[in-house]
Design a protein around this ligand. Structure first.
Ligand code: ADP
Ligand code: ZN
Ligand code: ZN
Length: 733
């Protein structure tokens, strides 16, 4: 009788053997879901192998209960991706596999399809011509639905529900009116009326070049770094390549960093390819919607799968192209459970499938930049803005040591805002509020506390009045005076401000101000609303955090002011400069996109800092070179490969104790360094104490081999009350 080797969602790094329930099992069943007894329960897992032998003695082997044949088995490529993630991130295979499946397919019941979820809604001809003012203004939901449909042409029931929970009722009423109709999924969306047919732009020289270089290589694996300044038209390059892939009847996977970016991109794709079958996968979907989308991908019916990082685990039997937009974005790295990088997983996947992967960015991550420098990735540049007459904005620094600020604003910023208001143009005030760990800084000479053992900045731990190195574990007491100049004014430095909106309202009582951050956009439909208000010029000044920086196109925006980014210059996180630069390039890139000249003002006490210098010149390469040299000297990535062993426990000593014994059993070969345990900056989080230790090596292979052997020993360590995980290529310390 055949043996099934099954992946189950349990934290053990092994597959489980079962006797096949029937005799018709073949290798074809690899990838199918199977119901098996586990302990006292039944569990659903995935068949990873079918073999003839098991190391489990046969009287102990249990019989699998049932093989699900409700959906096709997972394709080979996806199984290979799961195996890669399990090995590379040192995470139990069963958890990797099961967490990659939609909830509905993890359950112990067979999957039943609901037809309606695949249905979409569109405007009828009457609906398109109708005068919406005959609907009373208080029927807000109806107005929103109609406005949304005029924008994006089709919407699913879930899109509608995101607008309002009352949407289904409103939809039905609009259907009765004859304004809206149901369009079955996979059916061509409302045909584009000829007059409205989209103008396909003539490519710029840079775009033409990029398309011409990639197009002949579309059937081969390569990692392309599409490095294009903000507004250079990367999307148009994607569209041209996707159309080639569509013609070959193959699927494209498009990954974006933010769920907020999916509706706009979806609208762009649908406008260009009116009959496109597109599936959007992100955390905002209901379980059945997600399962339905997943299945359309799995059956090859979905031509484009658009989603956030989780979408990298979608089965795509006819995969032809992968696009990772804003590849530098930290949100591609999962921060708990399986700590995978969706970008890196996408590259593995492309390689395995023999198809190209395109990483798009205005400011590539230093890792990707370095890979392009060394020739592992192929770089294509788009160096000017695509829209005629749209130039990159002028960037100026305002030295706040020379001009005084009042309520965070300097006089030049205030007058620039006034000017914009008078011209009826929009402006954006950008607040950098990321919670960077505080460092100790001397206000008179600029000295910042650094570690004597490695080049890292020391982190202030106020609780026990100590400075700690989060890199190597070194610690020391707070100095009372500056060791450089003797000044007593050494203070923790680095926190954002939230009073900006209020201050603005005082300065400009007549202006329409809109604050955009996680809090103000947390309601489901809030963001779509705000976007519409911005586009329809119902806003004068936008106040926002990084959420605004990403990918949006606001044609009327001409001024960007950046208030408080200095703290990141002195962050203890060695990636802070890189991130700050990317972020500021992106926000700066919001200005002047459609022909109005743009201006960017940065308030800073350090106008001579290389980062601001590079920003003024729009010179990514200059800064990248500086940062790479710093990283090389300090021995940071991309010149070394890192992993963290993270531990959590109710008491910090328990966590540290576990890590200390982990160090004791680590037999690191010469090329692998194991540092001392450190309590995390936010040591107490949700009632548990957190600590970690860093392992690094100049050789990825050696690091991987070490982790493999170490993990087995860690599994054997007593770890009562400790939860630990390995984080490979960590992004947050
Ligand atoms: P990026 O993603 O590179 O920042 P986008 O793809 O958002 O840039 O494009 C910026 C703007 O340029 C968009 O409004 C787009 O419609 C426009 N655009 C792109 N390519 C062209 C082109 N070849 N000619 C004219 N406009 C273009
Ligand atoms: Zn000093
Ligand atoms: Zn150190």
């Amino acid at each position: 009788m055949a043996i099934l080797r099954v992946a189950l969602d349990v934290p053990l790094n092994t597959l489980f053997d079962y006797l096949a329930p029937d005799t018709e099992i073949t290798a074809q069943d690899v990838g199918a879901r199977v119901l098996v007894p586990f302990g006292r329960n039944m569990m659903t897992g995935v068949i990873m192998e079918v073999t003839a032998y098991s190391s489990v003695p046969s009287p102990k082997l249990k019989l699998a209960a049932h093989i699900f044949r409700d959906v096709p088995p997972l394709p080979e490529g996806l199984i290979a991706l799961f195996r890669f993630c399990s090995e590379y991130y040192h995470h139990p295979l069963g958890e990797v596999v099961m967490n990659g499946l939609p909830n509905r397919l993890r359950s112990n019941k067979p999957f039943t399809r609901k037809v309606p979820s695949a249905c979409q809604y569109g405007l009828t001809l009457t609906g398109r011509k109708a005068d919406t003012s005959i609907i009373p203004a208080r029927h807000i939901v109806k107005h929103r639905l109609l406005a949304r449909l005029r924008e994006s042409r089709v919407m699913s029931i879930s899109d509608a529900k995101q607008l309002s929970p009352r949407a289904p009722k409103a939809l039905n009423e609009l259907i009765t009116l004859g304004w809206i109709e149901e369009i079955p999924f996979a059916h061509p969306a409302t045909p584009v009326p000829a007059a409205q047919a989209l103008q396909i732009p003539v490519l710029t020289t840079d775009q033409r070049n990029a398309v011409d270089v990639i197009a002949p290589e579309i059937g081969e694996f390569n990692t392309w770094l599409l490095h294009g300044v903000t507004g250079s038209g990367k999307t148009e390059v994607y569209l041209r390549l996707i159309s080639l892939v569509l013609r070959q009847a193959r699927q494209t996977l498009v990954l974006v960093p933010e769920i907020n970016l999916t509706p706009q991109l979806e609208a762009v794709f649908r406008a260009r390819f009116p009959t496109l079958r597109l599936v959007s996968l992100h955390s905002g979907l209901s379980p059945s919607e997600r399962a339905a989308g997943w299945l359309q991908a799995q059956e090859g019916a979905a031509e484009i799968v658009l989603g956030t990082r989780l979408a990298v685990f979608t089965p795509l039997p006819k995969l032809g192209l992968i696009i990772v937009d804003e590849e530098q974005d930290a949100s591609f790295k999962q921060q708990d459970g399986l700590r995978y990088s969706a970008r890196d997983a996408a590259i593995f996947r492309a390689k395995q499938a023999g198809v190209p992967v395109i990483l798009g960015s205005a400011t590539p991550s230093l890792e990707s930049h370095y890979n392009a420098v060394t020739g592992r990735y192929l770089r294509l540049r788009l160096s000017s803005r695509a829209v005629k007459n749209a130039a990159l904005p002028v960037v100026r620094c305002i030295d706040t040591r020379a001009v005084k600020t009042k309520e965070s604003f300097s006089p030049p910023v205030i007058s620039a805002l006034e000017r914009c208001l008078a011209l009826n143009q929009q402006s954006l005030v950008f607040i950098n509020r990321r919670g960077y760990a505080p460092v100790l800084l001397c206000k008179s000479c600029g000295w910042a506390a650094t570690c004597e053992r490695c080049a890292s900045r020391l982190v202030v731990h106020l609780r026990d009045k100590r400075l700690r190195c989060h890199h190597c574990g070194h610690q020391e007491r707070f100095p009372n005076v500056c060791p450089e100049c003797g000044d007593q004014d050494v203070v923790p430095f680095g926190h954002g401000t939230q009073r900006v909106e209020a201050a603005l309202a005082e300065y400009f009582p007549g202006a329409r101000i809109m604050r955009i951050d996680r809090d103000s956009t947390s309601r489901k439909d809030a963001w779509q609303h705000m976007l519409r208000d911005i586009h329809e010029q119902r806003v004068d000044i936008l106040v926002g955090t990084q959420i605004l920086a990403k990918g949006h196109d606001f044609p009327k925006l001409s001024l960007v002011s950046i208030l408080n980014s200095d703290a990141s210059l002195f962050s203890t996180d060695f990636r802070a400069s890189e991130r700050l630069f990317a972020q500021l390039m992106q926000v700066a890139g919001r200005a002047g996109r459609a022909g109005i000249p743009g201006e960017v003002l940065i308030q800073t006490e350090f106008p001579d800092h290389p980062l601001y210098h590079a920003l003024r010149q729009h010179d990514y390469d200059l800064l990248a070179q500086t940062l790479l040299e710093e990283r090389k000297t300090a021995g940071f990535p991309p010149f070394v490969y890192q992993a963290l062993l993270r531990a959590e426990a109710p008491q910090i000593d328990t966590a540290l104790g576990f890590l200390t014994s982990a160090v004791a059993v680590a037999k690191a070969p010469g090329e692998v360094e194991v540092f001392d345990p450190v309590p995390a900056q936010m040591a107490r989080l949700k009632g548990t104490e957190r600590a970690y230790l860093l392992v690094q090596s100049g050789s990825r292979k050696k690091l991987q081999a070490f982790l493999e052997a170490w993990r087995a020993k860690l599994d054997a360590l007593p770890s009562r009350k400790v939860r630990w995980t390995v984080d490979v290529d960590p992004m947050d310390f």
